[in-house]
Every structure is written in C-alpha cells, then in structure tokens.
Design a protein around this ligand. Structure first.
Ligand code: UT7
Length: 348
C-alpha cells in the first residue's frame, strides 16, 4: 500500500502547486432612480403592504433613459467603482465574461463593447446567458479558464436592465424586477483561497414557467409580437417559487456535504435575491442563522444576474480573508447552482 502511494506522489513534480482562481476586487453600480412600492401601486393593482410581505421589496433601482442606456452603461460605472479599490492595468485583462440576459444588442456581444471602451485591448470577450444564475455560471467558467493554466486575470461582469423587459401592467412581475451591474476580477493564485467547488444545473423542460418569448429567432420582433406583449418576461410565480427553494436548498446542502462543511464553518451564504421568503426558506433548510445571509432585496429588488455580486460588493467590508462563503442562485432555464469559495482578501 505504502509503495503504491509513494508511486503516485513521485510523479507530481515538487514545485508544482495547485492553481486556484480567486476574486481580488469587485465593484457595483445601481441606477440613481429609486422606484418605490407606492409608485408600482400606481401602475398595477397592488400595495406596499402586499409587496413587502409577499416579496420583501420596498424599493428598486431603475435605469431611466435620461441617465444612460443599456447594461454596458451600468457595467462601465461598476468598473469605475472597482477601480476605486483595486488598482489594475486594463491591458493585463485576458478575457471578459459578461453574464446578462439584457445585452445592449443581440449582436455584437456586450463584452466586446466593454473591452474596447474600458481599454482592455488584449481581452477577448463573450456574453453568457444563464438568467438569474448568470453570475455563478460566469464565475465557474472563469475559474475553469484560470485553473487550466491558460489565463491569469479575467474580468467577470454580471448584471441586467430588467426594466427594459418588464411589463409594467403585470403585477406578477413588475414589483420584483430591477436593474444593477457588477464587475469583478478573478486571478490565479497558488494560495488556498478562491473558488473551491461548484455544482451547476439546468432543466430546459421549464420554458413555460419563466420566459420571454419575443425577440429571438422563434418570434423575431414584429407588430404581432409587440401586440402580444411577447417582449416581456412572463412567469408562473408559484412554480418558480417552489423549484427555487428546493433546488437552491438541495444544491447547497450537497455542496456543503461533499466539502465536509458544517453550518458553523460557513461565514456567509449569498443567495440570489428574488423573494425574501425564498431566501428565508433556503436558510432554514441549511440551518444557517439569518444574520449569516446577505439580504438587500428590500433596497434593490431582483436584478437577475446582478444580485449576487451586488451583495458581495455590499458585504465586502465585512468579509475576512479565508471566510467560507456559499453563493447560490436559481433562474430561467431553469438554471441553478451553488459555489463554495474562500474569500481572498481583508477589507482595505
Ligand atoms: O429570479 C427568478 C425568477 N423569479 C422568482 O424567483 C419569483 C418566484 N415567485 C415569487 O416570488 C412569487 O410567486 C410571486 C411574488 C411572484 C407571487 O407571490 P405568491 O405568494 O406566490 O402569490 P400568488 O401568485 O400565489 O398569488 C396569491 C394572491 C392571488 O390572489 P387570490 O387568487 O388569492 O385572490 C394573486 O392574484 O395574491 C395575488 N397577487 C397580488 N396581489 C397584490 C399576485 N400578485 C400580486 C400583487 N399585488 N403584486
């Protein structure tokens, strides 16, 4: 037995350390316009009391055309915020992965526009579509690029301008959705920090429950598609609600189990912000005290791919190097998953 193990270890060169991918800085931006529940109540038959109790949102940020346009505008502002705390040379960025369901245009991809405008001339870029799970899917792809040894420094951007695809005559959706964007840098390290493990899933048999049918190649924009309100997100809230709790809860539990993590080991759970009752149910399932769960849905609503990095940015000053953090999301697709990471730096 001893000889067998010696045999295996002897083929690994002494100077070869495992490469991890770690977040080394994060910046965020939310638009200036604050839309309150009172304002939403002037569009549809609802109330501040109902939205607060059933969803947990008091207000959300909406990008008004007079402030700026498109998700790239929010991304540029997020990168400016990132620069306040993280000094980096744009020319060192090798790739940009932009998780969004509301790109500036169908083509070209928004990542390329950002690369050009922000001086990241050596980076290639692409957009990644995984709806509300986009930020964790992008983190997983970026981690794989880095741990492969091919790239050392990647920018991840995640955000949406859901107000552009929200039907403000539909009370099932308009109280929920909002706009935000964040940008993070992930880098190679041989230290024992960064993304440790992930579990991602999708189930394409759920189209009818959460979708936007218009604007793609099945229903390209036409008078009819506009008349039929196909360019807005539609959902069966109850179905989404139940699946979100089940899948996020089970995936986090599986991830914790296979990494031998108890609830005491976890410093923070960072869930997608879709409904406070979903967040509470996931925390209950994991038996994680709610003061270890990042919650800002009351201020910002559900900005799809934007919610998790917005929480990371808001809690950044409370994170400590080595904190064990679980990120978890659920969204259209359905897509869902969880990531386990060890935070890589102390507050400035
Ligand atoms: O980010 C990923 C995608 N989205 C989600 O994760 C969202 C998941 N779903 C949800 O958050 C919730 O299902 C909603 C917030 C969408 C709806 O909450 P609910 O507690 O599931 O409401 P419901 O659809 O079961 O409706 C309960 C009642 C109904 O009235 P009746 O039939 O009991 O008389 C609805 O008509 O509440 C009514 N209702 C509303 N009332 C006031 C539904 N929406 C509203 C509203 N204001 N905005």
């Amino acid at each position: 037995m001893k000889i067998f193990f010696l045999g295996i270890f002897s083929i690994i060169p002494e100077n070869m350390s495992k490469i991890n991918a770690v977040i080394t800085g994060i910046g965020s931006y939310t638009p200036q316009y604050i839309s309150t529940n009172e304002e939403i109540s002037t569009f549809v038959d609802t109330s501040d009391e109902w939205i607060t109790k059933r969803i947990g949102i008091k207000e959300r940020r909406i990008l008004k055309p007079e402030e700026g346009k498109g998700v790239s505008y929010l991304a540029e502002k997020a990168i400016e915020d990132l620069r306040n705390s993280k000094d980096f040379d744009p020319l060192e960025i090798e790739a940009i992965i932009f998780a969004t369901s509301t790109p500036d245009y169908i083509l070209p991809n928004t990542a390329s526009l950002i690369a050009y405008r922000m001086g990241m001339k050596n980076a290639f870029g692409f957009d990644l579509g995984a709806a509300c799970s986009g930020s964790i899917f992008a983190l997983d792809v970026g981690q794989a690029y880095i741990t492969s040894g091919k790239y050392k420094k990647i920018m991840l951007i995640a955000g949406d301008v859901l107000s552009t695809v929200t039907d403000f005559k539909d009370r099932n959706t308009c109280p929920i959705f909002s706009d935000s964007c964040s940008a993070a840098i992930i880098e190679a390290t041989t230290e024992d920090f960064g993304i440790m493990d992930s579990i991602l899933h999708s189930d394409g048999n759920s189209l009818e429950f959460l979708h936007m049918y218009g604007g793609g190649s099945v229903n390209p924009a036409s008078h009819e598609s506009v008349d039929q309100r196909l360019h807005y997100i539609h959902q069966d809230g109850k179905v989404v609600f139940k699946r979100a709790i089940t899948e996020m809860g089970n995936t986090c539990a599986e991830l914790m189990k296979r990494n031998h993590l108890t609830t005491n080991d976890i410093a923070w759970v960072v869930p997608h912000q879709a409904n406070i009752r979903i967040i509470n149910a996931v925390a209950d399932h994991l038996e994680i005290p709610i003061n270890k769960v990042t919650i800002n849905i009351e201020k910002y609503g559900n900005s799809s791919a934007g919610t998790i990095p917005l929480c990371l940015r808001e809690w950044e000053s409370q994170f400590r190097k080595g904190d064990k953090i679980i990120l978890t999301a659920f969204g259209a697709g359905f897509t869902w998953g969880a990531i386990y990471m060890k935070w890589g730096y102390d507050p400035a």
